[in-house]
Design a protein around this ligand. Structure first.
Ligand code: SF4
Ligand code: SF4
Length: 103
């Protein structure tokens, strides 16, 4: 069992989950300070303009210790245990894992 970030994070990326993760296993397609700065300066529209509509953060399944700290912090309920993922976002577990394979 690991935790996974699904579609509701798209274009939101407020990084609240990052702040509570004890093992720093949540990452995005750009350095987190850069994502935060873009969001602070231009909001979600600026994030989407710079990184695409589907920008989201991802949880590294090799590093996540399944502590659950991130789940209640997410303002848009984007974080799930892999076994609890809604059917429509079932592919998110693989997407999160694939993100770290590309690195
Ligand atoms: S469940 Fe815990 S270790 Fe895993 S991503 Fe969330 S905060 Fe980090
Ligand atoms: S708290 Fe939720 S919306 Fe914010 S970055 Fe994490 S998963 Fe995305």
């Amino acid at each position: 069992m690991i935790y996974v970030i699904a579609d509701p994070c798209h274009g939101v990326c407020d990084t609240a989950c990052v702040d509570v993760c004890p093992v720093d296993c949540i990452h995005g397609p750009a350095p987190l300070p850069e994502i935060r700065e873009t969001r602070e300066q231009g909001g979600e529209s600026a994030l989407k303009a710079k990184y695409g509509d589907k920008i989201q953060l991802y949880i590294d399944p090799e590093e996540c210790i399944s502590c659950g700290a991130c789940e209640p912090e997410c303002p848009v309920d984007a974080i799930f245990e892999d076994e609890e993922l809604p059917e429509k976002w079932a592919g998110s577990a693989q997407l999160n894992a694939d993100f770290f394979k590309k690195k």
